[in-house]
Design a protein around this ligand. Structure first.
Ligand code: HEM
Length: 55
C-alpha cells in the first residue's frame, strides 16, 4: 500500500498530491487573472473571474 505520510527517503502521497495540485492551480490562477485583468469585453471578464474567484 502506498504511504500517505512522507518518510525518511521518499515523499508520501499527501505531499505529492499537494505538489501537483499547486503545479496545476498556480498557472491556472496566473492565466485566468491576467486574462481577466486585460479582458476588453465585460462578459469575457466575468466568465474568467467566475473561475478565478472562489465562491
Ligand atoms: C496565485 C495567484 C492568484 C490568486 C491565489 C488569486 C486570488 C484571487 C482572489 C481570492 C480574488 C478575489 C478577491 C475579492 O473577492 O476581492 C481575486 C480577484 C482578482 N484577481 Fe486574482 N489571484 C491570483 C493571481 C492574479 C493575477 C496574476 C492577476 C492579474 C493581474 C489577478 C487578477 C485578479 C482580478 C482582476 C480580480 C477581480 C477584481 C478584484 O476583486 O479586485 N489575479 N484573485
Amino acid at each position: 500500500m502506498e504511504m500517505l505520510r512522507s518518510g525518511p527517503d521518499r515523499h508520501g502521497a499527501i505531499a505529492v498530491s499537494i505538489h501537483w495540485l499547486s503545479a496545476v492551480l498556480i498557472p491556472a490562477m496566473l492565466g485566468s487573472g491576467f486574462r481577466a485583468a486585460n479582458a476588453m469585453d465585460a462578459a469575457t471578464k466575468a466568465g474568467l473571474l467566475r473561475f478565478h474567484i472562489p465562491a
